[in-house]
Design a protein around this ligand. Structure first.
Ligand SMILES: *Cc1c(COP(=O)(O)O)cnc(C)c1O
Length: 408
């Protein structure tokens, strides 16, 4: 686990505005929130020196509290640098716009997070002149087969939202490495968290997380991170943030830092509970199929076992009886709260066909093409008592068991 400490230089800067000196016999354990938007410069000469050496001048360019988060995430990922944003979508859009120009071709895995899909199909395509091809997101060969002379970037999500398909990071990175021209690999690994999966260690160029989810972990903030394998890509994304302007507020950065401190223990416990719940769901007569990378029946179980430390805390399953049965189940759950989002200490449930992948984000045809079935239910497993979670699922599923039996 990474340590979240003030580094010497930023600490000195931060303490200058307080009555504490870095020469004092004790310094704060938690990096202070520095919420100044601007920095008073001693002279033009000092400002010129600051520009050359990259000091703090204005909040949107660099902020010590945000840098404390960036340092922590970068250490977790083993990257060359991390750039913090005000949301996962700010991170994704800035990262894509950094590298894609009109005429470029983008290959993206399907299914995708709903807003990422919308960003690609509407905005990148219509406003930015980027061609997009969607392929089976868990099949590296499909990405390879879709490469054209103008393919600039390939984009994957693992495990995928909401079906929990797993993409082989090493094979994915190789697709780009073996291409005839340079191609950037980008992965949204939000569902895994940087505790379980470190795509950069497998050769992926750029990894993105919605820090709103596991990194924050408490359903109380919105943030995103982009971490890169090379210094060049880091500088490019940092330069984009300067002009697109999507930096996080220092107050939320401090909250995010507090979340990251417990990432390891939260993930360990939430993953263990998720595995237990998926085994339970697998035995229930109202359940048609369970999608959890930790089950040997999962199509990419071996890939998941090889590249992830544990199998994650997201579980998806399909109930028999389709749309009506699924809606009945999610409406009946009490401990699992019906809500968008995921990755926090509270267990949440949602129905992708009507919520995250419903009409707000995609057409019915697009949803079916992404194999998001009517009866699919997505769980984000939190920190509640495991027995409470099992009995909640049991009571909700038992309600539809009778009607499932009558139908079959
Ligand atoms: C939530 C999420 C996003 C978007 O993040 P925000 O912080 O809500 O902007 C992107 N990708 C995945 C996989 C997500 O779950």
């Amino acid at each position: 686990m990474t340590s979240i400490m003030c580094d010497e230089r930023s600490l000195k800067q931060q303490l200058r505005s307080t009555s504490i000196s870095s020469d004092d016999p004790a310094i704060p354990i938690v990096p202070p929130i520095v919420h100044t938007s601007s920095y008073r410069v001693r002279s033009i000469k000092h400002f010129q020196q600051l520009v050359k050496e990259g000091g703090y001048a204005y909040i949107r360019l660099r902020s010590p509290t945000c840098e404390a988060v960036e340092k922590a995430v970068n250490e977790l990922e083993g990257g060359a640098g991390c750039v913090l944003f005000g949301s996962g979508m700010a991170a994704i859009s800035a990262a894509l716009l950094t590298f894609l120009q009109p005429g470029d071709h983008l290959i993206a895995g399907s299914p995708l997070y709903g807003c990422t899909f919308e960003l690609m199909t509407k905005h990148l395509t219509l406003h930015n002149g980027v061609e997009v091809t969607f392929v089976d997101g868990s099949n590296p060969e499909a990405y390879k087969a879709a490469i054209r002379h103008n393919t600039k970037l390939i984009y994957g999500e693992t495990p995928s939202n909401p079906t929990l398909a797993v993409l082989d990071m090493e094979a994915f990175a190789k697709v780009a490495q073996q291409a005839a021209h340079p191609i950037i690999t980008m992965v949204d690994a939000t569902f895994a968290s940087p505790y379980l999966l470190k795509p950069i260690q497998h050769g992926v160029d750029i990894v993105i997380h919605s820090a709103t989810k596991y990194l924050g972990g408490h359903d109380d903030l919105c943030a995103g991170v982009v971490t890169t394998r090379t210094k060049e890509h880091y500088q490019a994304v940092l330069a984009s943030r300067k002009v697109y302007g999507g930096i996080l507020s220092p107050h939320d950065a401090s909250l995010l830092l507090r979340g990251i401190r417990t990432l390891q223990v939260r993930m360990e416990r939430q993953c263990d509970t998720a595995l237990h719940l998926s085994l339970f769901l697998n035995t229930h007569p109202a359940v048609a199929v369970v999608h959890y990378p930790g089950l040997p029946s999962h199509p990419q179980h071996d890939v998941a076992a090889a590249q992830m430390d544990k199998f994650g805390a997201m579980v998806a399953f399909e109930v028999k009886g389709g749309m009506d049965a699924a809606i009945n189940v999610v409406n009946s759950l009490r401990v699992f709260q019906l809500a968008l989002s995921l990755g926090g200490v509270d267990s949440l449930v949602e129905h992708p066909a009507t919520m995250t992948h419903g009409p707000l984000f995609m057409s019915e045809q697009e949803r079916h093409e992404a194999h998001i079935e009517d009866g699919l239910i997505r769980l984000s497993v939190g920190l509640e008592d495991i027995h409470e979670l099992v009995s909640d699922l049991q009571q909700a599923l038992d309600r539809i068991t009778g009607s499932v039996r009558r139908m079959s």
